[in-house]
Design a protein around this ligand. Structure first.
Ligand SMILES: Nc1ncnc2c1ncn2[C@@H]1O[C@H](COP(=O)(O)OP(=O)(O)OP(=O)(O)O)[C@@H](O)[C@H]1O
Ligand SMILES: [Mg+2]
Length: 400
């Protein structure tokens, strides 16, 4: 350390010892300054980066908002027709940064505010309603759980399962595979059950859309929802799109007095156009169900909309025997159940009625604090259900 205090004698500038120590001092100082310089430099770089980031952010915040639209069709590599969310269809240019292959009809795109040019492709959006509806179900039903509908199952296998599992069969032969079926029949005859079984047996996504919900809950938006649900089905393919209670939207266009009726009408038109525009070879199959085929709009039944119209009849004695066996299989039963008697007593009843009787028999056992069901419980159940003339299931199914 160099000592420069007043008390010390003036150093001799020619003293070699002094010179060496002074040189060391300068070297240390140089090293220190070098380190400081590096630190300042790195700080400068950091600030520079921050300035750049802030500039980009500022640029982003200052840029005008983009409009959103949907592709109607692409005309060539440079132009497309888009449907803006507010106004009419527009013919616009496509920015060179946009990959034209991504521009399929109905793709969501961002449009320049001034020129409406397509500047970006946006991810597909599902209406929060579509998500809220929890459309995807995981059914566990199997064909063996469906009793007495063998011919119907066979038809569904041909029209729904085969095209999903072996589309190449249809391609080889050169025919369009069926797109979907319409199930109709009295309430409780197994329409919903069948649809679930197909979805499960084919391992397809099962998307369930309930007509009455669509109409009641989504007034003003039914048509858009139908479009988005079909899109959702395509994205989740292979899938079975099950339209339950089709009559709620597909009933005959009568007097359109109220705005609610007009809304249902719009939803129906959208549904028809989705059914028409459907790619037959795609792996989305439609199953619709109704228990009021008599009030369905004839447009729904026109050939080409549904490939097959399949009826689920009320089960005859033989079918009821099978259905009783299906529903008693898992029950803890002591002794023999006189199924013949039960079948005889349920003439005119549906599969749902049979199931009801089994459940009710179980309830009798629980009430009697038993852990098993006896033949008598089934007799009591039948008495309870058939004795009660007001049950709605009997009124609607003609169950006596
Ligand atoms: N053929 C059948 N085999 C076995 N169980 C059946 C059969 N039909 C109906 N069931 C029982 O009845 C229940 C209700 O039937 P499902 O919901 O399939 O009737 P649906 O035809 O869809 O009636 P709706 O027209 O009222 O919608 C089923 O979950 C099932 O337990
Ligand atoms: Mg049903």
């Amino acid at each position: 350390m160099l000592r420069l205090s007043k008390e010390s004698s003036e150093p001799d500038q020619n003293d070699p010892a002094y010179l060496i120590s002074y040189a060391h001092h300068l070297e240390r100082q140089a090293r220190q300054l070098e380190t400081e310089k590096q630190m300042v430099e790195s700080e400068r770089l950091r600030l520079q980066r921050e300035v750049n980031n802030l500039k980009v952010e500022l640029e982003r915040l200052r840029s005008p908002p983009l409009f959103m639209g949907y592709i109607v069709e692409t005309l060539d590599n440079k132009t497309a027709v888009v449907r803006s969310t507010t106004g009419p269809n527009l013919v616009v240019s496509i920015s060179r940064q946009v990959d034209i292959n991504n521009l399929k009809p109905d793709t969501r795109v961002a449009l320049n505010q001034r020129t409406f040019a397509i500047v970006n492709v946006l991810p597909a959006s599902y209406d929060p309603m579509v998500q809220k509806m929890e459309l995807l179900e995981k059914p566990t039903e199997r064909y063996v759980d469906v009793g007495g509908l063998d011919a119907q199952i066979q038809e569904i296998i041909e029209t729904v399962e085969l095209p999903l599992l072996k589309p190449e069969l249809f391609e080889k032969i050169g025919i369009d595979p069926p797109r979907g079926v319409l199930l109709h029949g009295a309430p409780g005859t197994g329409k919903t059950l069948l649809a679930k079984a197909v979805a499960n047996e084919t391992q397809a996504s099962f998307i369930r859309l309930i007509g009455s919900e669509l109409v009641q809950k989504f007034i003003g938006d039914g048509a858009r929802l139908v479009r988005e649900i079909f899109e959702f089905a395509r994205e989740n393919a292979p899938s079975v799109l099950f339209i339950d209670e089709l009559d709620a939207i597909g009933s005959r266009r009568m007097d359109l007095a109220t705005s609610g009726d007009r809304e249902v009408q719009r939803t129906l038109m959208q549904l028809l156009s989705e059914l028409d525009g459907f790619n037959a070879r795609g792996d989305v199959k439609i199953i619709a169900a109704t228990n009021r085929i008599d009030i369905l709009d004839s447009a729904m039944l026109r050939p080409g909309r549904f490939d097959r119209i399949i009826e689920t009849p009320l089960p005859n004695a033989e079918s009821r025997t099978i259905i009783f066996k299906i529903h008693t299989k898992g029950m803890n039963i002591k002794g023999d159940v006189d199924i013949e008697y039960l079948v005889q007593m349920t003439e005119g009843g549906s599969g749902a009625d049979v199931k009801n009787i089994c459940t009710e028999a179980g309830m009798f056992a629980i009430r009697a604090e038993r852990d098993h069901v006896l033949n008598q419980d089934f007799r009591d159940a039948i008495k309870k259900i058939t004795g009660d003339k007001e049950t709605t299931s009997r009124i609607t199914t003609g169950f006596i």
